[in-house]
Design a binder for this molecule. Structure first.
Ligand SMILES: NCc1[nH]cc(CCC(=O)O)c1CC(=O)O
Length: 321
C-alpha cells in the first residue's frame, strides 16, 4: 500500500507535531506516512500575526488538501478559524497536551518575582491583555516569530527582554520544557481556546482515511476543545479582541462533567470579565454557547468592541491569537 501523504509546514514545531502524529498513526495501523512540506503565506511574511490573521498558516495546507496534493494535515487546533471548512473533516483530535501558557525568564524568576518595568514579550492579544490585567507594571512588548526566535529574545546571546510567554504545549513538543521558568496558573492566564490540542484533517470524500484516522481520536480532548471553540465562535462575530477559554473534564456525582471557564479582557487590561459553567460532555457545544451568552449578558461585546476594519483574508479569523 502506498504511503499516506501528510502535509506540514516546515517550522520546527509543525514538523515535530506532524512527525509525532505520523509515528502514532504508523504504530496504530501499520500504514507508512510520508511528510510533504507546504509553504504558507504566514511563514513567508514578517507582518504582525494580528494583521495577517492566524488563518494564513492554515489556508495553504487546506488548499493542498482540497487539491489532492496531500491526504491529510495536522493543525494546531487553536490556529484554525472557527468557521467550518467545506469539503474537509476533522477526523481526529489526539490527546491534548497541557493547555497552559508558560513563562520563560532569563534568571528563572516567576511572574510574581519580576520587578516593575520588566519587559515581557508576547504576540497574542489575549496574553497582552491578561498580563496588563495583573497590574504588575510590566512592559509588554509585542513579538512574533517561531518558538526558537521568541525564546532567544530572553535566553539567547543578544537577549533584549526579561521574559516571554509561550504555549507550554509548543515547548513540550519541541523537547524544551526544561527552559520554562513558570507554568502559568489559568487563574492568572487563561489559555486560548483549543490551545495544546491538534486537529487531524482530511477530505470529507475520503471515508477510508476518515475511518483510519479515527484511531488517533481522544474523545475527552475533543469534548473540552468543542466547548472552548463553541464559546469562541459565539463571541467572535468578526472582532479581534482577546477571548480565552479553558475546559476541564472532571468526575461528577452523575458521571463526567465539563467545567468551562471563559474570559474576555480589553487589550489594556482595564476590563476583565471571567465566568464559568458546567455541563455534560455530550452537551460540550451547548456549554460553550451558553457561557458565551452569559459573557455577552455581562457586557462582553462592549469589551470586544466593534469588528475591526480588516484587510483581505483577516475577517474570518481575526480572533484571539
Ligand atoms: N500562536 C501560535 C501557536 N500555535 C500553536 C502553538 C503551540 C501550542 C499549541 O499547539 O496550542 C503556538 C505557539 C504559541 O502560542 O506559543
Amino acid at each position: 500500500m502506498r504511503a499516506l501523504r501528510l502535509g506540514t509546514r516546515g517550522s520546527a514545531l509543525a514538523m515535530a507535531q506532524s512527525g509525532q502524529v505520523a509515528d502514532a498513526l504508523t504504530a496504530a495501523t501499520g500504514r507508512a506516512v510520508e511528510l510533504v512540506e507546504v509553504v504558507t503565506a504566514g511563514d513567508r511574511s514578517t507582518a504582525p500575526v494580528q494583521r495577517l490573521g492566524v488563518g494564513v498558516f492554515v489556508s495553504a495546507l487546506r488548499d493542498a488538501l482540497t487539491a489532492g496534493e496531500i491526504d491529510f494535515a495536522v493543525h494546531s487546533y487553536k490556529d484554525l478559524p472557527t468557521a467550518a471548512h467545506g469539503g474537509l473533516h476533522i477526523a481526529a483530535v489526539p490527546r491534548r497536551e497541557d493547555p497552559r501558557d508558560a513563562l520563560i525568564t532569563r534568571d528563572g524568576r516567576t511572574l510574581a518575582e519580576l520587578p516593575p518595568g520588566a519587559t515581557v514579550g508576547t504576540g497574542a492579544l489575549r496574553r497582552i491583555a491578561q498580563l496588563h490585567a495583573l497590574g504588575l507594571q510590566l512592559t509588554v512588548t509585542p513579538i512574533r516569530g517561531n518558538v526558537d526566535s521568541r525564546v532567544r529574545r530572553v535566553l539567547g546571546p543578544d537577549a533584549d527582554l526579561d521574559a516571554v510567554v509561550l504555549a507550554r504545549a509548543g515547548l513540550t513538543r519541541l523537547g524544551r520544557v526544561g527552559e520554562i521558568s513558570e507554568t502559568l496558573d489559568p487563574m492568572l492566564m487563561l489559555p486560548a481556546p483549543a490551545q495544546g490540542a491538534l486537529a487531524v484533517e482530511c477530505r470529507v470524500d475520503d471515508p477510508e482515511l476518515i475511518e483510519l484516522l479515527a484511531v488517533l481520536d481522544h474523545a475527552p480532548s475533543r469534548a473540552v476543545v468543542t466547548a472552548e471553540r463553541a464559546l469562541l465562535a459565539t463571541l467572535e462575530a468578526g472582532c479581534s479582541a482577546p477571548v480565552a477559554a479553558f475546559a476541564e473534564l472532571a468526575e461528577g456525582d452523575d458521571g463526567d462533567e465539563i467545567y468551562l471557564r471563559g474570559a474576555v479582557v480589553s487589550p489594556d487590561g482595564t476590563r476583565d470579565l471571567r465566568l464559568s459553567r458546567t455541563g455534560t460532555p455530550a452537551d460540550a457545544e451547548g456549554i460553550g454557547k451558553a457561557l458565551a451568552a452569559d459573557l455577552l449578558d455581562r457586557g462582553a461585546d462592549s469589551i470586544l468592541g466593534q469588528p475591526e476594519q480588516s484587510g483581505p483574508g483577516t475577517q474570518q479569523f481575526g480572533s484571539t491569537e
